[in-house]
Every structure is written in structure tokens, then in C-alpha cells.
Design a protein around this ligand. Structure first.
Ligand SMILES: Nc1ncnc2c1ncn2[C@@H]1O[C@H](COP(=O)(O)OP(=O)(O)OP(=O)(O)O)[C@@H](O)[C@H]1O
Length: 238
């Protein structure tokens, strides 16, 4: 059984259908990219799968959670338990140091200080930022800040990581660094990852890529099975 299943999902903002007839299945342990023009519905799709917003119509299941059927508190529980988010902007709290920022989701869950610190330092280790744990975010480069934001997203060990343009504000070297971290989380921890990107070069890291246009998924391609990778990129760029 697929880990994520969207069947005929629609999302309206007022009268405007930002997503229409979306059918998509994603397997557990898959690294899936979503591409498409600005305004095509990529962020909307992530926010539905992440339980930040609700479908207007259709069936949406993640693991055993049928999101279209959940009440507010169940949706909160799903999100807190299951999902980590990484955004284009890092949203670190400037007056807190790095490790305190990473601990934040654990405070919300009532984890005690010692355990919290241990888990946060482990998450920082996983993204190569353990040695900067006691710096302030303003003392870090953009790429380093994004790595801290990833540590914060994974500190609760979510099964699903949703990343919306995570490299959008980074230089190409930092972008590769972030992608290598995602690859490790996917390979070594089996974390399912869905990433929105405008950068077609990055799809080489994922298993499959879906293209959205005008709120519809127009096609899903297998990247790992592609015989000619350059041709695939050209086709996606059209
Ligand atoms: N809260 C909202 N209220 C009304 N309309 C919205 C809202 N959020 C998104 N939209 C509209 O829905 C459509 C899809 O937006 P979405 O943010 O999902 O696109 P996107 O593909 O992620 O775009 P980008 O690449 O620019 O981030 C757009 O036309 C947008 O204006």
C-alpha cells in the first residue's frame, strides 16, 4: 500500500481551484520532487499533505491518517507526530542560539531539558552543525542556517519531510550540501521526502518527479529509471 495517496483532490481558495483532480501516490521511503511554474499549486499541495490546510474535496491519506476526515486536534497531532517542514526562508529565532532553535519542537512536545539537548545535538550532528551549536543564527551563512532549519525539522524524527524550495535562497555549493543531507536522511533513515523546486538540476537526487501545471499534475516521471537523464531534464524544462 502506498504511504501517501491523493485521489481526486481539489483545493479551492474562494472560487479559485488552486488544485484540481490531483491523483498521486508516493511510497514510503521515496524521495519525490514537485516542479511547475509559479502559482501552479506546488505549495498548496505540500500544505495539504502536511496537514497545514484541508482539502476542499477528495481523498488524502498519509500512512494511517485519512486527512480529509480529521478534526482540528487530530490534524495537529498528525502534523506534530509525522511531519517535518523545511522552507525557503529559514525562520530561525535570532535571539536563541542554534541548539535552542533546534530544541523548539521538542519543547512543544514536553520533552525534558536533558533529553531535548541530547536529541538536538544529535540532529545537529546529522547535518554537520554540531560544532556551531552555541552560535546565534546571525553568525552563520545562509547554507548553515538552512542546515540548522533541517535539524529542527528532523529532531522529532518525522516519517515525512516536506521541503518547499529549500535551496531557493542558497548558492549552488550550499544547495548541493542540503541535497546531500536530504539524500542521507532518505537513504539511511528511510525518511520519505517531498521537495518543491524550481531547480531542475536537483531532481537527480530524487526517485520520481511530478510536474504541476494550473493545479493539475500533468505527469509523473521516474528519475531513477530514466535512461537518458539529460533528455528527461530537457522534457521537464519544456
Ligand atoms: N491563501 C490563499 N488564498 C488565496 N489564493 C491562494 C492562497 N494560497 C495560494 N493561492 C493561489 O493559489 C495558486 C497556487 O498557489 P501556490 O502557492 O500553491 O503556487 P506555487 O506553485 O507554490 O507557486 P510559487 O512557485 O510561486 O511558490 C496561486 O494562484 C495562488 O495565488
Amino acid at each position: 500500500m502506498a504511504f501517501i495517496e491523493c485521489r481526486d483532490v481539489w483545493k479551492y481558495y474562494g472560487d479559485y481551484p488552486a488544485l484540481r483532480e490531483v491523483d498521486l501516490t508516493i511510497n514510503e521511503g521515496e524521495f519525490h520532487c514537485v516542479i511547475g511554474p509559479s502559482g501552479s499549486g506546488k505549495t498548496t499541495l505540500l500544505s495539504l499533505i502536511g496537514g497545514l490546510d484541508r482539502v476542499s474535496k477528495g481523498y488524502l491519506r498519509v500512512g494511517s491518517y485519512e486527512l480529509h476526515n480529521l478534526g482540528d486536534s487530530e490534524l495537529d497531532e498528525y502534523r506534530n507526530k509525522y511531519v517535518g517542514f523545511v522552507f525557503q526562508l529559514f525562520y530561525l529565532i535570532p535571539r536563541m542560539n542554534v541548539v535552542e532553535n533546534v530544541e523548539l519542537p521538542l519543547i512543544a512536545r514536553g520533552v525534558g531539558l536533558r533529553e531535548r539537548r541530547k536529541l538536538a545535538l544529535e540532529a545537529l550532528e546529522a547535518v554537520g552543525m554540531r560544532d556551531k551549536a552555541y552560535r546565534k543564527p546571525s553568525q552563520l551563512s545562509g547554507g548553515e542556517q538552512q542546515r540548522v532549519a533541517i535539524a529542527r525539522a528532523i529532531v522529532t524524527r518525522p516519517r515525512l519531510l516536506l521541503a518547499d524550495e529549500p535551496t531557493g535562497n542558497l548558492d549552488s555549493k550550499s544547495a548541493v550540501n542540503v541535497m546531500e543531507i536530504f539524500r542521507r536522511l532518505n537513504h539511511e533513515l528511510g525518511m520519505t521526502i517531498i521537495m518543491v523546486t524550481h531547480n531542475l538540476e536537483l531532481i537527480r537526487y530524487c526517485h520520481r518527479v511530478s510536474r504541476i501545471s494550473d493545479g493539475r499534475i500533468t505527469r509523473t516521471y521516474s528519475v531513477s529509471e530514466a535512461k537518458n537523464y539529460d533528455e528527461l531534464i530537457r522534457e521537464l524544462a519544456e
